[in-house]
Design a binder for this molecule. Structure first.
Ligand code: HEC
Ligand code: HEC
Ligand code: HEC
Ligand code: HEC
Ligand code: HEC
Length: 229
C-alpha cells in the first residue's frame, strides 16, 4: 500500500480544488454573460474628427466607391484610411505640375484647412478611430468582402452618415451569429460596396446568399482559433 501514500500537501491541494473549480466556472459564466450583453459595446460611438468629412456627401450623393479611398479593404485584413493625396485629387487648387485645376473643389474652404496643412507638412491628418476590436481578436476585411459580405452588414448605411458612428455591436455573439447563419447576408461580391442593394425581383436575400454559398463552398468557421490566434 506504500505506493498510495501521498505527502500531506496533497490533502491541502485536494481541499483547494473545489473552490478553484467553482471560481473557474464563475469565470466562464461571467465571460459568456459579459460577452453576450450588448450594453458592453460601443454602438453609436462617433469621435470628433479633425475635418468635417461627410460620407453622406462623398459616398452617398457623389457616389464615390468605398474602394477609391479604402483601397486595401478587399486585399488585406486592415481597411486603409486614405492619405491626404486622395483628398487633394479633388480639393487641390493646383496639380503636380503647378497647373490650376478646373476641377478644384472648395480649394479655399476653411473646413479643408487641416487637409491643406497636412499636404504641405507631409504629416497625416489625425483621423480618430471609430471601430476598435480588442487586440486579442483577429479580424480580416478581405476574407469577408471577397466572399460577398457587404460593408453594410457590419457598418450600417455609411453612405447616409454625415459623421461615421459604430452601427453594430461587434461583440463575439454578434460575429458568431452571422458565422452560424450567413445565408441572408452574403451577396455577389461585386456588389459589396453598393450599400442600397436589394435582391432581384422574385428572390429573397436568403435565396441569393444560399446560391453563392453553395457555388463557392463558403463556410464561416466557428472554432475559437479563427478569431483568437
Ligand atoms: C473620399 C474618400 C472616402 C470614401 C469614398 C469613403 N470613405 Fe470611409 N472614410 C474616409 C475617411 C477620410 C475616414 C476617416 C474619417 C472618418 O471616420 O470619417 C473614413 C472612415 C470610415 C469608417 C470608420 C473607420 C474607423 O475609424 O473605424 C468606415 C467604417 C468607413 N469609412 C466606411 C466607408 C464605406 C462603407 C464607404 C463606401 C460606402 C466609404 N467609407 C467611402 C474616406 C472615405
Ligand atoms: C472625387 C472628388 C473628391 C474627393 C476624392 C474628395 N472630395 Fe471632398 N468634396 C468633393 C466635392 C465635389 C465637394 C463639394 C460638394 C458641393 O459643395 O456640392 C466636396 C466637399 C468637401 C467638403 C466640404 C467643403 C465645404 O467648404 O463645404 C469637405 C470638408 C471635404 N469635401 C473633405 C474631403 C476630404 C477630407 C477628402 C479626402 C478624404 C475628400 N473631401 C475627397 C469631391 C471630392
Ligand atoms: C464582417 C464585418 C465587416 C465588413 C463586411 C466590413 N467591415 Fe470594416 N470593420 C469591421 C470591424 C470589426 C472593424 C474594426 C477592426 C479592428 O478594430 O481591428 C472594421 C474597421 C474598418 C475600418 C477602420 C480601419 C480598420 O481596418 O480597422 C474601415 C475604414 C472599414 N472598416 C471600412 C470598411 C469598408 C469600406 C467595408 C466594405 C467594403 C467594410 N469595412 C466591411 C467589420 C467589417
Ligand atoms: C454578416 C456576416 C459576418 C459577420 C458579422 C462576421 N463574419 Fe467573419 N466571415 C463571414 C463569412 C461569410 C466568411 C467567409 C467564410 C468562407 O470563406 O468560407 C467569414 C470569415 C471570417 C474569417 C476568416 C476565416 C478563415 O479562416 O478564412 C475570420 C477571421 C472572421 N470571419 C472573423 C470575424 C470576426 C472577428 C467577426 C466579428 C468582429 C466576424 N467575422 C463577423 C461572415 C461574417
Ligand atoms: C467569429 C469570431 C469569434 C470566434 C469564432 C470566437 N470569438 Fe471570442 N471574441 C470575439 C470577439 C469579437 C470578442 C470581443 C468582444 C467584445 O469586445 O465585446 C471576443 C471575446 C472573447 C473573450 C473575452 C470576453 C470578454 O467579454 O471580455 C473570450 C474569453 C473569448 N472571446 C473566448 C472565445 C472562445 C473560448 C471561443 C471558442 C469557443 C471563441 N471566443 C470564439 C470573436 C470570436
Amino acid at each position: 500500500m506504500d505506493r498510495f501514500h501521498f505527502p500531506a500537501w496533497v490533502n491541502t491541494l485536494v481541499s483547494l480544488l473545489g473552490p478553484i473549480v467553482t471560481l473557474g466556472l464563475i469565470y466562464v459564466i461571467a465571460v459568456l454573460w459579459y460577452g453576450a450583453v450588448p450594453a458592453t459595446t460601443d454602438v453609436g460611438y462617433a469621435p470628433k474628427q479633425p475635418v468635417p468629412y461627410s460620407h453622406k456627401l462623398h459616398a452617398g450623393d457623389l457616389k464615390i466607391d468605398c474602394r477609391y479611398c479604402h483601397t486595401t479593404v478587399d486585399k488585406a485584413a486592415f481597411a486603409a484610411i486614405p492619405p491626404t493625396q486622395t483628398c487633394m485629387n479633388c480639393h487641390s487648387p493646383k496639380d503636380a505640375a503647378g497647373q490650376v485645376l478646373t476641377t478644384a473643389v472648395h480649394s479655399d474652404s476653411k473646413k479643408l484647412a487641416p487637409v491643406r496643412e497636412s499636404y504641405a507638412s507631409g504629416k497625416p491628418v489625425e483621423w480618430q478611430k471609430v471601430h476598435d476590436l480588442p487586440d486579442y481578436v483577429y479580424f480580416d476585411h478581405s476574407a469577408h468582402v471577397t466572399r460577398g459580405v457587404s460593408c453594410v452588414e457590419c457598418h450600417g448605411r455609411v453612405d447616409r452618415m454625415e459623421v461615421v458612428f459604430q452601427a453594430k455591436e461587434l461583440s463575439m455573439s454578434w460575429c458568431l451569429n452571422c458565422h452560424r447563419n450567413p445565408e441572408a447576408r452574403v451577396r455577389p461580391p461585386e456588389l459589396v460596396t453598393k450599400l442600397d442593394w436589394t435582391p432581384p425581383k422574385g428572390k429573397t436575400a436568403e435565396d441569393v446568399g444560399r446560391e453563392i454559398i453553395e457555388q463557392r463552398g463558403i463556410k464561416p468557421p466557428t472554432n475559437c482559433s479563427t478569431c483568437h490566434r
